[in-house]
Ligand binder design. Structure first.
Ligand code: SF4
Ligand code: SF4
Length: 249
């Protein structure tokens, strides 16, 4: 069995089975740091049936990191209930099908380029003591972690963009723009359709329709706007742009 300190690759095996009846059951959903991606927030707020603003207010902490322009969004633990996740019950996670990427990964975590580690010890996570053999890549597919990570490709690429280091860090206005465009989709939709956004940016009618009706298209527009505003990339076209002005699209 792989030990918690071992570094695993996609084709490596480890042993794990999590189920009710274990003494540790649901203990890992308490007092834990879970960072949420834009897709994590979108999935959870839709599963709960609330808008993104309410989700961020009730269930998330927005964290700014010194020297970094990109804010982090963390799942809030309930201070009035022993720091448990708001979504855990005795029988498990009430939004299990919609749980964040980090919860899908557990007990694995990413460890270096292309590597994984078992994060809890077997003393803490009893499912590691006696379980089924899993190949890492099959576990990640089975849990939807691979699919979730692929969906967040744009977020990863933005978070690892070197040019971001040159953007004025810790500017509250920029950070609010990022939060709105990527995480607070209901507010961003309102902003797109009830501000001068569509007068300033040249979007094709089909794109406008898609943004109106599909949150994935809205989030794509959010990423395009953040890249345009933060990195100066030509991900959006200004209406006054002309070929003579050098817009390359
Ligand atoms: S600690 Fe491990 S075995 Fe226990 S509930 Fe959490 S994931 Fe399952
Ligand atoms: S979202 Fe679900 S799986 Fe993740 S910590 Fe909360 S209760 Fe546990």
């Amino acid at each position: 069995m792989a030990e918690s300190s071992d570094r695993l690759k996609l084709d490596d095996q480890y042993t794990f089975a999590c189920h009710r009846g274990l003494e540790c059951y649901t203990s890992c959903c308490r007092d834990v740091n879970i960072f949420l991606s834009p897709h994590d927030v979108m999935r959870l707020k839709n599963a709960i049936g609330i808008d993104s603003g309410e989700f961020l207010r009730k269930y998330a902490d927005i964290i700014t990191v010194p020297g970094k322009v990109l804010p982090l969004v963390q799942l809030k633990m309930d201070p009035d209930n022993d720091k448990k996740c708001f979504f855990v019950r005795d029988h498990g996670c009430i939004y299990y099908e919609h749980r964040p990427w980090a919860c899908r990964m557990f007990p694995l975590d990413e460890h270096g380029e292309g590597g994984f580690a078992i994060s809890p010890s077997p003393e803490r996570c009893h499912g590691l003591v006696k379980g089924n053999p899993w190949v890492v890549k099959e576990w990640l597919m089975d849990q939807g972690a691979t699919q979730s990570k692929e969906a967040d490709g744009q977020w990863e690429s933005l978070a690892t963009n070197q040019l971001l280091n040159e953007v004025e860090a810790e500017n509250p206005q920029i950070q609010q723009m990022i939060i709105m465009a990527l995480y607070d989709l209901d507010r961003f939709r309102d902003f797109v359709f009830n501000s001068s956004f569509l007068e300033r940016f040249d979007l094709e009618p089909e794109k406008i329709d898609a943004v109106k009706t599909a949150e994935i298209a809205l989030m794509d527009l959010g990423f395009a706007w953040v890249r345009f505003g933060l990195l100066g990339q030509k991900t959006l076209k200004l209406k006054q742009d002309t070929p003579a002005a050098g817009a390359k699209g």
